[in-house]
Design a protein around this ligand. Sequence first.
Ligand SMILES: [Zn+2]
Length: 153
Amino acid sequence: MAHARADHPDEACGIIAGPADSGVPTRHVPMVNAERSTTFYRFDPTEQLRLWRQMDDQDEVPTIIYHSHTATEAYPSRTDVSFAGEPDAHYVLISTQDPQVADVRAFRIVDSQVTEEAIEAYGEVPDRKNGGDPYACQSYKFGHSPDVVLYDC
Ligand SMILES: [Zn+2]
């Protein structure tokens, strides 16, 4: 989340890897948006290849693939859907269009079919009314996989 805001107005992207079959994301890897674009993202192919090989070696999978939308809502764009090649990943979208609202949504994208997942923020919820930072460190839980906890800082 902090990563998304730091790169605003460009879209930020990255993954959170976790041990295969565990469903638990443990390693946050911020990645370069090769497009440096305000409207879409693409992982740098060299970086992606290196990271995917590294995950293979360590028996990891990209549990979460995230990127930000800086001028639109947190919903996958047509480009996002066409580039989505990991049916087992949670695609997390973060919208930074409103600096006061932390808009985070999670999706599965399988064969171009987008399914929204329940996502629940819990733990310390920032007090927005009193000028709290809406992007402060927070934990998220995905509805369909209760074991998954993402510490998104
Ligand atoms: Zn997008």
